[in-house]
Design a protein around this ligand. Structure first.
Ligand code: UGA
Length: 457
């Protein structure tokens, strides 16, 4: 099939390149002239493992092309996917202006029948609103609107696209089902469940899924807090909970709170549209505020681990991306944590395998943050090392070496290792003469090595 993808951001690029890989002929469109010029040369604007190779391959095979010109590509397109951004407005509701503008641009040019598929995350009711918007410009336009939310995770997006748990399609007539089953035929063959439903249900499935996953994370974070008070271990608690098939083991990793471009935005959107339809979600409201509070609680935890004072302490931060395998720092808990530590007078060195450039742009000129080139330089003579992102290379640190490279702040202070992603076992630090603080587990005090003392900081 000949596919047009409108919007060459994260979702648009992953979907477009993967559709091309699955045999469609794809035209990817964006208004950003510079971005399109770079994509034509095979240069991606996003960091996503596996995607650069697929882009080059499909460019060479001429199964994907990039353009800024929507109008002249419409005639040679069988189906249009909308993958433009739907950011949050200040009140938490969704800014639909980009997607509205996209359909307004298409409207006068819909002379031959072309289905328009909404991949962008949009609140229930938006597909019907977009339909009306097109008809109000061109009452003779030949099109249908279909909802097809995406469930890609940054960092593993290619795999998520190629082997999805399910594909969700919202339609309001049978012909649309035939069109969509044609484009998703390779997935049908590989046995991927495809759920056909109404436009509204499809739109809501995306938000309900993200809000539920955000709730699961927030729940285990609260259980972690309880674990610390009673001397339990959240890793074991989560593992045993997850063995119950009704609960499942994924998204039960306690940490500094969820971030990224999706969960924070989408939970706010649910809050907003649930209020609008007078079905407020007390659960989602609580998730938003618990997750907001968690970042400041992490700042307080680090300061407490330093006996209440981080003034002039050298803190080596490992990881600023909101999760591993991405350079994305949007809504990353690390940003608020670093800002909190800076406000308390700490000196920060920051290392991340992919996100340093974005962090430098975010923090700007700031002589209390340095950006060492590697982990060794980052931890050398640091008083505190804090892991904020679960990058693979942070999971395999030589802890003996780190311990010898770090410095104690003074003769009364221990070296302090803070692991906000629970990448290590408490036992790994026994004999290292380091204070080890993690999430939802006992804190190891260097003076009482081999004895785990419940955290009460
Ligand atoms: C999320 C969803 O997982 C995707 O299914 C969805 O398509 C995407 O949003 C979207 O709406 O576009 P993403 O934001 O890329 O994907 O990342 P996740 O892997 O879901 O992680 C989100 C946040 O939760 C991260 O900050 C991560 O560190 C945190 N998290 C995740 C935890 O703290 N604990 C966990 O167990 C899992």
């Amino acid at each position: 099939m000949r596919v047009m993808i409108l919007g060459s951001g994260y979702v648009g690029l992953v979907s477009g390149i993967c559709f091309a890989e699955f045999g469609s002929k794809v035209i990817s469109v964006d208004q950003d002239v510079e971005k399109i010029a770079r994509l034509q040369k095979g240069i991606l604007p996003i960091y996503e493992p596996g995607l650069p190779e697929l882009l080059i391959k499909n460019l060479e095979e001429k199964s994907i092309s990039f353009t800024t010109d929507v109008v002249s590509s419409i005639d040679s397109t069988d189906i249009i996917f909308l993958a433009v951004g739907t950011p949050s407005l200040a009140d938490g509701s969704v800014d639909l202006s980009y997607i509205l503008k996209a359909v307004q641009d298409l409207a006068p040019n819909l002379q031959k029948y072309t289905p328009i598929v909404v991949k962008s995350t949009v609140p229930p009711g938006t597909c019907r609103m977009l339909k009306d918007a097109i008809l109000s410009i061109n009452s003779a336009a030949k099109f249908d609107i279909i909802s097809n939310p995406e469930f890609l995770r940054e960092g593993v997006a290619v795999r998520d696209f190629m082997q999805p748990d399910r594909i969700v399609i919202g339609i309001d007539n049978q012909e649309n089902r035939d069109i969509m089953s044609k484009i998703y035929k390779p997935f049908h063959i590989q046995g991927t469940p495809i759920v056909y439903t109404s436009l509204e249900s499809s739109e809501l499935i995306k938000y309900a899924s993200n809000a539920f996953l955000a709730t699961k994370i927030t729940f285990i974070n609260e259980i972690a807090d309880i674990c610390e008070k009673i001397g339990a271990d959240v890793q074991i608690v989560a593992q045993a909970m997850g063995l119950d098939k009704r609960i499942g083991s994924q998204f039960l990793q306690a940490g500094p709170g969820f971030g990224g471009s999706c969960f924070p935005k989408d939970t706010l959107a649910v809050q907003s549209f649930a209020n609008r339809v007078q079905a407020p979600s007390q659960i989602v409201n609580a998730v938003i505020s618990a997750n907001d509070n968690r970042k400041q609680a992490c700042v307080a935890r680090i300061i407490a681990a330093c006996n209440g004072n981080v003034l002039n302490k050298e803190i080596a931060i490992l990881g600023v991306a909101f999760k591993a395998n991405t350079d994305d720092i949007r809504e990353s808990p690390a940003l608020e944590i670093i800002n909190g530590l800076l406000a308390a007078g700490a000196r920060i060195r920051l290392f991340d395998p992919a996100a340093v450039a974005n962090a430098q742009a975010y923090f700007g000129d700031n002589n209390t943050i340095r950006y060492p080139k590697n982990i060794n330089e980052c931890v050398c003579n640091a008083h505190v090392v804090a892991i904020l992102t679960e990058w693979q290379e942070f999971k395999t640190l030589n802890l003996n070496e780190i311990a010898s490279q770090m410095s104690a702040y003074d003769q009364y202070s221990p070296k302090i290792f803070i692991d906000l992603r629970n990448l290590y076992d408490v036992e790994d630090f026994i004999d290292l003469n380091i204070k080890y603080v993690s999430i939802g587990r006992t804190t190891l005090q260097p003076s009482v090595a081999k004895i785990c003392v419940p955290v009460n900081e």
